[in-house]
Design a protein around this ligand. Structure first.
Ligand code: PBG
Length: 332
């Protein structure tokens, strides 16, 4: 008691006294199995190419991607999300390389599946932006606008080739209306009833995708505001969520993660399917850059961001730190 009367009447600090006590009462635990590693594989290179704006992340060769997948399994990470980077000469207006059975993403899916089998959930980004010369997530109409329904036809073809190549989960990320339903139908009609869909449900038009454009060698003409969501909107995400579930999403995702934790919390409250959050390239770059300057403690900051995302309601987190974080978590 102090001489100032009744305060403090209660002492929450008691539960913070020792590391063991804090560990015991922790409400949120990030587990290696919560983590999914996004990985880039680039066609036609013999050594991994570092991504300048994402220190520590590379564009893999086919060979180093296989190794990265094995490392992910060993670290206890549960999944890998693959992005293919075709040779520049193979990019065209329709994103043909994305539906070529021998396109880089399909080749990489077969590589990883043969390397780790079912030990890792193998996922692939289902979107055209890595494969189009204009950098948009879909095909364009005569006026240069992204043509929703023509794009859906392309997504249906992508779904089939990615599933044929061995993906366990497809991640339609282009934010076209109807994309989840079309991908579900395409899978079911081609004998891939068991392939799941992780829907990019609430995907915002974000400045934090910046480093990703370097990662996939995309020079986007214009912006994605006619298909990705306005950062100002929350209710709109709940509408997208309802549509994705109706169309057959097995899991749903909020992206980016850090600046959208309120959206994540609302989505997690509203559903009975697993919820993912994607900690994107810019979120990664910010921590790495500040740490490089000595302004924050890198390792603590990484775990804090992951804990915050889990606390907000994510069951799984896509993060470029997946393997490193899984190893660090195993030691705690
Ligand atoms: C679309 C896609 C993007 C990302 C994942 N899938 C780019 C975009 O929508 O602009 C971004 C991931 C990241 O920034 O880490 N294929």
């Amino acid at each position: 008691m102090t001489k100032y009367g009744a305060f403090p009447g209660s002492r929450p600090r008691r539960l913070r006294t020792t590391p063991a006590m804090r560990r015991m009462v922790a409400e949120t635990r990030v587990h290696p199995a919560d983590l999914i590693l996004p990985a880039f594989v680039r066609e036609g290179i013999d050594a991994p190419v570092p991504i300048e704006a994402m220190p520590g992340v590379v564009q893999h060769t086919r060979e180093t991607l296989r190794k990265a997948a094995v490392e992910a399994v060993e670290a206890g990470v549960s999944g890998i999300m693959l992005f293919g980077v075709p040779e520049d000469a193979k990019k065209d207006a329709a994103g043909t390389a994305g539906t070529d059975p021998d396109g880089i993403l399909q080749v990489a899916l077969r590589d990883v599946r043969s390397e780790v089998g079912d030990d890792l959930v193998i996922m692939s980004d289902l979107c055209l932006d890595e494969f189009t010369d204009h950098g948009h997530c879909g095909v364009l109409d005569a006026d240069g606008r992204v043509d929703n329904d023509a794009t859906l036809e392309r997504y249906a073809e992508m779904a089939q080739v990615q599933a044929d190549a061995g993906a366990h989960v497809l991640g339609p990320s282009g934010m076209m209306d109807g994309q989840v339903g079309v991908v579900r139908d395409a899978l079911d009609q081609t004998g891939h009833e068991d392939v799941s869909i992780l829907a990019y449900t609430a995907k915002y038009s974000s400045a934090f995708y910046g480093p990703f454009r370097e990662a996939v060698g995309s020079s986007l003409q214009g912006d994605r505001k006619t298909y990705q969501q306005d950062p100002a909107n929350l209710r709109e995400s709940l509408r997208e969520l309802a549509l994705d579930l109706e169309e057959g999403a097995d899991m749903v995702m909020v992206k980016p993660a850090g600046p959208y934790l309120d959206v994540l919390a609302r989505v997690a409250d509203a559903v009975d399917v697993p919820v993912s959050a994607y900690q994107i390239s810019g979120e990664y770059a910010m921590v790495e850059a500040a740490a490089e300057k000595g302004w924050i403690d890198r390792d603590k900051a990484i775990l804090e961001t992951l804990t915050g995302i889990k606390r907000a309601g994510a069951d799984t987190i896509l993060t470029y730190w997946a393997v490193e974080a899984a190893r660090a978590l195993a030691l705690r």
